[in-house]
Write a protein that binds this ligand. Structure first.
Ligand SMILES: Nc1ncnc2c1ncn2[C@@H]1O[C@H](COP(=O)(O)OP(=O)(O)OP(=O)(O)O)[C@@H](O)[C@H]1O
Length: 316
């Protein structure tokens, strides 16, 4: 369990993390999302004691992580996969880490095996690919068999097999009752891996909810009819706001906020022929983009002309 209360970090005039309060529970994978500069890495660094909060607190198992008696068995972290001496082999790097924490050598071989690095354990880390470096970082995080795992962009640089491997590993660790926190910019991967997400925007917590709840959103339905204008007028006569009808082409439009059943019933009642009546499934990406619209720090000031909205509202 990780608990943050009023967690705040200022760097001079810049507030990187702003009064963040959240609880990250065991037995689940919690995703940490947010635009660049939202404060994810700073929050993770404060959890593991690499940065001190300006105010507020963050605890792991009820105490500050810096006060942990057996730090590596309480918490394992992958924050910067590059922080390894390039001349060392993967095994000697992990052995050195194990020795300073009283962890037996056989555990080193276990984590090398578990992370798929057993075959390259004697190779110099300096020659490792980005993906192998990520695996080594994950191996180091697992070394103490920790109850809490914190991984900043763990799939960065991994090939599709590696991405799948990380997903299965994290799901497995959560199923064992551990607390798993991960950040990633890959929204589809996050939706497959995490149970719950916390979204930061400009240092503030702007959402803290199960993924299923976030993606539920408002219903959207694509409707196509040779009589689209009459159907649109009918829906508006039945109380649908004209602003929630979005034209796609002459026959087709999207209805926001009504179900397929409501639209189908109205069309059938008026004898309007339908060629399509398809609910649109919301994705985590849709929900995320809607949530963070106002919290993006770096916005392209001149979006390309072809980035203009493809559809216009149907005139009332
Ligand atoms: N050591 C530092 N000194 C000054 N400002 C910092 C420092 N570390 C982070 N910041 C600033 O704090 C804010 C939050 O940064 P942070 O790296 O935590 O964001 P992030 O959500 O992890 O971003 P990204 O997705 O780009 O990794 C940013 O505006 C960043 O420029």
């Amino acid at each position: 369990m990780i608990e943050a209360r009023g967690l705040t970090k200022r760097y001079g005039a810049r507030t990187a993390v702003d009064d963040a309060t959240f609880t990250i529970r065991p037995g689940a994978v919690t995703g940490f999302l947010g635009p660049n500069g939202a404060g994810k890495s700073t929050t993770m660094r404060m959890i593991v004691g690499l940065d001190r909060p300006t105010s507020g607190t963050v605890t792991v198992h009820g105490h500050r992580y810096a006060d942990a008696a057996a730090p590596l068995s309480e918490l394992g972290a992958l924050l910067d996969a590059k922080g390894v001496h390039p001349g060392r082999s993967a095994r000697s790097h992990l052995r050195a880490l194990a020795a300073t924490h009283g962890i037996p050598d056989r555990r080193v071989d276990e984590v090398l095996e578990r992370t798929g690095l057993a075959g390259v354990a004697r190779r110099r880390v300096g020659g490792f690919s980005l993906g192998m470096g990520q695996r080594l970082g994950i191996a180091a995080a697992l070394l103490g068999d920790p109850e809490v795992l914190i991984l900043d962009e763990p799939v960065n640089g991994l090939d599709p097999d590696g991405v799948l491997w990380v997903r299965q590993l994290l799901r497995h660790l959560a199923a064992e009752g551990r607390t798993v926190l991960l950040s990633s910019h890959l929204m589809s991967e996050m939706s497959l891996t995490a149970d719950h997400v916390i979204v930061l925007g400009r240092g503030r917590v702007i959402a803290d909810a199960p993924i299923a709840e976030l993606v539920r959103g408002e219903p959207r339905v694509v409707v196509a009819s040779p009589d689209a204008a009459r159907l649109a007028a009918l829906l508006m006569a039945e109380g649908v706001d004209g602003r929630s009808l979005e034209a796609v082409d002459e026959e087709r439009f999207v209805v926001h906020g009504s179900s397929a059943a409501q639209i189908g019933r109205a069309a059938a009642g008026a004898g309007i022929e339908l060629h399509e009546l398809a609910p649109i499934a919301s994705s985590l990406e849709d929900a995320y983009l809607a949530l963070t619209r106002d919290a993006v720090e770096y916005v392209d000031p001149a979006p390309a002309a072809d980035a203009a909205p493809a559809a216009e509202r149907i005139p009332a």
